[in-house]
Design a protein around this ligand. Structure first.
Ligand code: G1P
Ligand code: ZN
Length: 543
């Protein structure tokens, strides 16, 4: 089989963001665009020569074409074996699990997570290293650097392979094994959770709905929730993965998972609702007319983990991303374990997990996970909650309100201003950075800024420093306002503003979140001059 060295020219826009390289499909379809990036990855990940690579994606438009290209390039770059999910499908957490189980040198995930799919929507590619987690910043920086002056890439001359048929096939000297995407992941879950008690709960008439949003978790949820755990047929809705996610936005939140939300109204006969995103790493948990914020979900998991088989010896520690509410901090304090505050993005949890400093971690952006993989894991969180409900035999609302009664409540919301002009967004952030000295000690009505900074993180394992990770305003009553620019958007800039207020005594019945936070929201808008600078009167999305 011929290996060709194909001449190419560099693209200047291949800098990976929070979650790999994410662009419009049309950008990826440019001649040599994907190839350049993949060659840059193989160049930096030189230790994968002669080793195993895991490859799969969330099934979005261009997934299959990309897999064929990557396989031919992997063969030309000396990779010994590639594990590919059948039909090119693998969820992000399943890739992470496979890398670990098979001691692979790395994995490539094709996804743009919760962003829409289709010929005019988004695509993405991400490399995970041998611990199963996203490549760290020095790696992605090196990939970008190489992509800036790449002049050729290697590819074997071979026909496309059939991705539907399970089994083994060779491309040149490289072995390709097409595997069932679900089997090993389901096996892993069965060791972490008490499947028998969840099954017994379904047998006794408990019903739920899981919204796969026409994305990757459809096959996983069908197999685990309906087939293995015995939930009634129809439990998993929108179960078939589609290249355009049925035209929807595969993002599990109250806005985009509205079908699920309407199925869990007050009159619903179901007790539990959950959804996951495009690539299966996010989760949303709801009860009957009751939304569990991701920050609360993490705190509740931490407080109860010891009740579940996979975590019965307790937690070594926990971590949350900086903008995530401090609800889990209060649990850690009571448990007497460490709580780490990391920058946004899952990659920062990897070192802490590898070093056994933490067992659980999570982000406000509908992500939670544990030391079982090195990615956040949507279905894992859903099974965690199912197991918890089976043990406590209580409603979701009761579990959450009892938690608040014990630990206090962190009222929390996030305001997103999407697709704003990049220059305006940069200026707004710069203005905040320059205002930090003046803001220190300032009072706004009852609120006084006790501390403010541009968040910087020193990794406790490798001492690497990540600076410029968001502006924090910390108020004397424990309230917080955080500003940062998104690293995952594909159009202009997205400003995220996170607002949080702690209430120790929940018997005060403070009311609806946006009302409780209204003063802080106004302070947040004024300090950053959001309306005057962006011309936006309201956020595009509130979560
Ligand atoms: C967003 C979330 C972040 C998450 C990332 C990948 O990144 O805020 O928590 O890790 O997606 O799912 P952002 O767009 O804010 O950079
Ligand atoms: Zn995702």
């Amino acid at each position: 089989m011929n290996t060709n060295k194909i001449t190419t020219q560099a693209f200047n826009d291949q800098k990976p963001g929070t979650s790999g390289l994410r662009k419009k499909v049309k950008v990826f379809q440019q001649t040599n665009y994907l190839e350049n990036f993949v060659q840059s990855v193989f160049h930096v990940a030189e230790n994968i020569k002669g080793e195993t690579l895991v490859l799969g994606g969330d099934g979005r438009y261009y997934n299959k074409q990309a897999i064929q290209i990557i396989l031919k390039m992997a063969a030309a770059n000396g990779i010994a074996k590639v594990l590919v999910g059948q039909n090119g499908l693998l969820s992000t957490p399943a890739v992470s699990a496979l890398i670990r189980q098979h001691k692979a040198a790395g994995g490539i995930i094709l996804s743009a997570s919760h962003n829409p799919g289709g010929p005019n929507a988004d695509f993405g590619i991400k490399f995970n290293i041998n611990n199963g987690g996203p490549a760290p910043t020095p790696f992605t920086d090196a990939v970008y650097e190489y992509s800036q002056h790449i002049s050729s890439y290697d590819m074997v001359d071979s026909a496309d392979i059939d991705l539907d048929a399970l089994g083994q096939i060779n491309i040149g000297d490289m072995l390709v094994e097409i595997i069932d995407p679900v089997t090993e992941y389901a096996e892993l879950m069965s060791h972490l959770f008490d499947f028998n008690s969840i099954k017994a709960m379904f047998d006794s008439g408990f019903t739920m709905r899981f919204d796969a949003m026409h994305a990757i978790t459809g096959p996983y949820a069908m197999e685990i929730i309906e087939n293995i755990l015995g939930a009634e047929p129809g439990t998993v809705i929108n179960a078939e993965p589609l290249e355009d996610f049925g035209g929807g936005h595969p993002d599990p939140n109250l806005v985009h998972a509205h079908e699920l939300v309407s199925l869990l109204s007050n009159e619903s006969t179901h007790s539990f609702g959950a959804a996951s995103d495009g690539d299966g790493d996010r989760n949303m948990i709801i009860g009957k007319n009751f939304f569990v914020t991701p920050s609360d979900s993490l705190a509740i998991m931490a407080a109860n983990a010891h009740l579940l088989p996979g975590y019965k010896s307790g937690l070594s520690g926990v971590a949350r991303s900086m903008p995530t509410s401090a609800a889990v901090d209060r649990v850690a304090e009571k448990l007497g374990i460490e709580c780490y505050e990391t920058p946004t993005g899952w990659k920062f949890f990897g070192n802490l997990l590898d070093d056994n400093k933490i067992t659980l971690c999570g982000e406000e952006s509908f992500g939670s996970g544990s030391d079982h993989v090195r990615e956040k894991d949507g279905l894992w969180a859903v099974l965690f909650w199912l197991n918890l409900i089976a043990i406590k035999k209580q409603s979701v609302a009761k579990i959450v309100t009892d938690h608040w009664a014990h630990f206090g409540q962190n009222y929390y919301c996030r305001h997103d201003y999407e697709a704003i002009d990049s220059q305006i967004a940069d200026d707004l952030m710069l203005h905040l950075v320059n205002s930090l000295d003046d803001l220190q000690g300032q009072s706004f009505g009852n609120y006084r800024i006790e501390n403010c900074d541009n968040f910087s993180y020193t990794d406790p394992v490798d001492n690497s420093i990540s600076s410029n990770q968001g502006i924090r305003l910390l108020f004397s009553d424990g309230s917080r306002i955080v500003y940062r620019l998104s690293g995952t958007g594909t159009e202009g800039a997205t400003l995220r503003v996170y607002i949080e207020k702690f209430e120790a005594d929940v018997s005060q019945q403070n009311g609806e979140t946006q009302n409780v936070l209204s003063d802080l929201i106004e302070i947040a808008n004024n300090v950053a001059q959001i309306k005057t600078r962006t011309g936006r009167m309201d956020p595009d999305v509130i979560t």
